[in-house]
Design a protein around this ligand. Structure first.
Ligand code: GLY
Length: 365
């Protein structure tokens, strides 16, 4: 049974999010966008190409004038302007025009990179997201953030560019490495914490089925997470205000990710950052110790780390200062006012962050 959401901007429908357990209705969904006279270029990485490219290409070939493929080597290290350049070259050689389309088939790296190429090629062409990782299905494919890394700076070059469709085949979770599944769960738990207490409790009650990757339970989970992200991005598409609430766990989490040289998956860093931010929320009297303990138990159930080693709290705070989410020299720290209710707070002090970090740093080496 398919699920469908429609993301609106300024009250107008902009794109559908379709959740299915196969690629069966992909061609019909894409055809609705008037693709029969267009060229479609499927952008994917070397891992996902082996798994899903043949099926996706054969289905899409039936609803377009020409289906092309651009495959780049898998890995965050290739999410850069060199790969975008290679993609532009392919599009120019194949004479892609402004009304042709790109298809991002893969995880967050592919979606961000393909979306950025779509935002900039010929000053912007359409693109579709077919996310195949949990992280991309619940987070990066929704909301139009696109971009690439620049040298050591993550997502430093980018643009807001909305997809025309997000098509999630939940069955792709079956081939996802466990570490990446857990990483996606970091963003899922974050969604419950920031906006929907009932969903957070539902996640805990259904943890066994989620960890078995029961398709029906996972589809419901992705749908609920998509609704939360949809609410946030519809209200603030370009992060002028409350979209920043999605950054709960990211201020400290992202700094830890950098200090770990991106060896720890993004969602694990977000999860550990959520725990530190939850500790600060407890210290402020917003959450109870019991609620923090329950969060730790939930994170253990979802196999997320509760502590990390080899990171200095001073180094984390130094890295925070260079976070691109700073505004006028102030850190827009996201706290929980209560479970399911996040708030941006520019007054979180260095001392509060140190106490938050002491919750998650195993040893100050
Ligand atoms: N991943 C956070 C956002 O889309 O705003």
């Amino acid at each position: 049974m398919a699920d469908r959401l429609c993301v609106h901007l300024d009250g107008n429908p902009v794109y559908d999010i379709v959740l299915e357990q196969s690629f069966e209705s992909l061609a019909d969904e894409v055809k609705k966008l008037g693709t029969e006279t267009k060229k479609l270029c499927i952008v994917t990485d070397s891992n996902v190409a082996m798994l899903y490219l043949d099926e996706v290409k054969s289905r899409l070939s039936k609803v377009c004038q020409e289906a092309d493929v651009f495959i780049f080597p898998a890995g965050e290290e290739n999410k850069n302007l060199n790969t975008v350049r290679d993609l532009y070259e392919t599009l120019i050689q194949k004479a892609y025009q402004r009304n042709d389309m790109l298809i991002a088939l893969g995880g967050g790296v592919t979606g961000d990179l393909c979306g950025f190429a779509a935002a900039t090629y010929l000053r912007g062409i359409s693109f579709i997201q077919i996310p195949t990782t949990l992280l991309a299905q619940v987070d990066s494919s929704i909301g139009g953030k696109t971009g690439v890394d620049f040298d050591a700076y993550k997502n430093m070059v980018g643009a807001f560019h909305m997809p025309r469709l997000v098509y999630t085949n939940v069955k792709t979770l079956a081939t996802l490495p466990q570490e990446q599944f857990i990483s996606g769960m970091g963003e899922v738990v974050k969604h419950g914490l920031i906006q929907n207490k009932d969903y957070y409790h539902w996640l805990i009650s259904n943890s066994a089925k989620i960890m078995e990757r029961d398709l029906f339970v996972c589809q419901h989970m992705i749908l609920e997470s998509n609704k939360i992200k949809q609410n946030v991005v519809e209200a603030d598409p370009t992060e002028k205000g409350n979209r920043a609430l999605l950054n709960f766990g990211h201020t400290l989490g992202h700094s830890i990710e950098k200090l770990k040289n991106f060896s720890m998956p993004h969602g694990h860093c977000v999860a550990i950052g959520c725990l530190a931010a939850a500790r600060i929320s407890v210290n402020r009297g917003y959450l109870s110790e019991d609620e923090l303990d329950a969060l730790k138990r939930a994170m253990s159930t979802f196999q997320m780390p509760l502590q990390i080693e080899g990171v200095l709290s001073d180094s984390v705070l130094e890295a925070v200062k260079h976070d691109k989410k700073m505004e006028a020299g102030k850190i827009k720290f996201i706290l929980l006012k209560s479970l399911g209710q996040a708030v941006a707070d520019p007054t979180v002090s260095r001392e509060e962050m140190l106490l938050g970090l002491s919750e998650i740093l195993a040893r100050d080496v």
